[in-house]
Design a protein around this ligand. Structure first.
Ligand code: KE4
Length: 421
């Protein structure tokens, strides 16, 4: 019996997060033994150039020396105390210093926990229950965010998973990404009842979809006019697009921001933060409750600090050069093969959709031929390139990717596209 078969006996689907099971691309997942730099190595020793980067955290690549040594240093003092430490203060100060919207920040242990807490805070602060999210955006698996647009006949939206109470789902309103009119309609229909809008400022869970020039600022203005809070879910874009994430990149400052992934340098960390007046509603200062046994634990704080300390402006200039080199290589390949697949990229994150035309919305993204993507995915994997096992994800470049890696990837991208044309 192979590892995957055995894992399926003890772990649902053999994985601890569904997307890893290769459900949407078919085949069996590769079990990884170790990683270093831009590479990961399977249990059978096979080497892959990795563009999943653990779904975003590893902007410096796998087992970065500086991050490992800071974790080792912290480890010698113990793993967790359940009491405040200086490391938490240092990382909090670093986040406040880097992220424009954040005066105060609370550490948690995942992006889901950060979003769940930020939603509760927005509801507590505004004394309103309804929230607005966008179809195609993913914000982790807390109940209020596992909601999908109800079919026409239904008055209310529906849970997108069993186990989410129908009565809870009706407080989650669904708008269309990049469509301000769809948001305005919801505010008209739910006057004075909406606590917040939560949005991925660059969508990374429907593939990569960029905001239009007016979208983010438009959301901010709606929230300001309606007394609601704008939450940027920057679990992916935070520290990815610039030191201050998408809000610095686009110059639109939300009321609250959720963070994760890069913040933890590869260890479990999430965070939410924002204006002091709002954050002081959080226990023990204010009445909105939130807590966590391992929140701010020293190992994760040490990893996060080591990660963020290397994120100077010059880092992004270098990373952008490498990323654009790869994205241009992909675009050239499509041109010379006479293929007009949509390709969305921003800085070091991108997605190629297996459909023609532009992809500026979730509806556009759904036009993609996911079977073709599956063929492409396996073609690249066979040739030693690890991409997300789903069309509706992003690929990431890290500072550890060499130009040799990028050249090999561009060459292989051409070969695989040609073979499945
Ligand atoms: P976690 O709870 O998985 O740390 O974060 C949830 C989350 C919140 N917000 C955004 C914008 C996110 O992208 C995520 C999680 N991202 C997915 C991949 N797109 C994680 C991979 C997985 O689910 O295994």
């Amino acid at each position: 019996m192979n590892i995957f078969e055995e894992s399926k006996k003890y772990i649902p689907g053999g994985v601890n997060s569904p997307v890893r099971a290769f459900g949407s691309v078919g085949g069996e997942p590769v079990f990884i033994e170790r990683g270093k730099g831009s590479k990961i190595y399977a249990v059978d020793g096979k080497e892959y150039i990795d563009y999943v980067c653990s779904w975003g955290p590893l902007i410096h690549g796998h087992a970065d020396d500086a991050i490992i040594s800071e974790i080792e240093k912290a480890l010698k003092n113990g793993t967790t105390f359940g009491a405040p430490t200086k490391l938490e203060l240092e990382l909090a100060k670093k986040v406040v210093n880097m992220v424009p919207s954040i005066d105060m920040v609370r550490m948690v242990s995942s992006g889901t926990e950060a979003v769940m807490s930020a939603i509760r805070l927005a509801r507590g602060y505004t004394k309103r229950d309804k929230i607005v999210k966008f179809e195609g955006c993913y914000h982790g698996h807390s109940d209020s965010l596992l909601v999908k647009a109800g079919s026409g006949a239904l008055t209310f939206n529906q849970p997108s998973s069993p186990g989410v109470p129908f009565d809870l789902a009706k407080y989650t309103l669904i708008a269309d990404y990049n469509d301000l009119e769809s948001v305005k309609r919801l505010f008209l229909e739910n006057k004075g009842e909406i606590a917040c809008i939560i949005v991925e400022p660059v969508a990374g869970n429907m593939g990569v979809v960029l905001p239009t020039d007016v979208f983010l600022q438009g959301l901010k203005e709606i929230c300001e006019n309606e007394g609601s809070l704008l939450i940027f879910d920057e679990v992916i874009t935070g520290f990815r697009l610039s030191p201050g994430g998408a809000q610095e990149y686009y110059g639109v400052i939300p009321h609250l921001t959720t963070l994760g992934k890069i913040l933890g340098g590869g260890l479990p960390v999430g965070a939410y933060g924002g204006k002091r007046e709002i954050m002081e509603m959080i226990s023990p200062v204010g009445p909105v409750y939130q807590a966590g046994t391992l929140s701010g634990n020293p190992l994760a704080m040490a990893a996060g600090l080591a990660n963020l300390k290397k994120l100077e402006k010059s880092f992004y200039i270098e990373l952008r050069k490498k990323s654009e080199y790869l994205w241009n290589g992909f675009r050239e390949n499509c041109k010379s093969l006479g293929i007009d697949y949509a390709f969305n990229s921003i800085e070091s994150m991108a997605c190629m959709f297996f459909c023609s035309g532009n992809v500026n919305s979730f509806k556009d993204a759904l036009r993609s031929d996911t079977k073709k993507y599956a063929q492409f995915f396996h073609g690249m994997l066979e040739r030693g390139i690890n991409l997300a096992p789903s069309q509706f994800e992003a690929m990431f470049v890290s500072s550890a990717h060499s130009y040799e890696d990028l050249d090999y990837t561009i060459k292989t991208h051409y070969e695989v596209l040609k073979s499945i044309k």
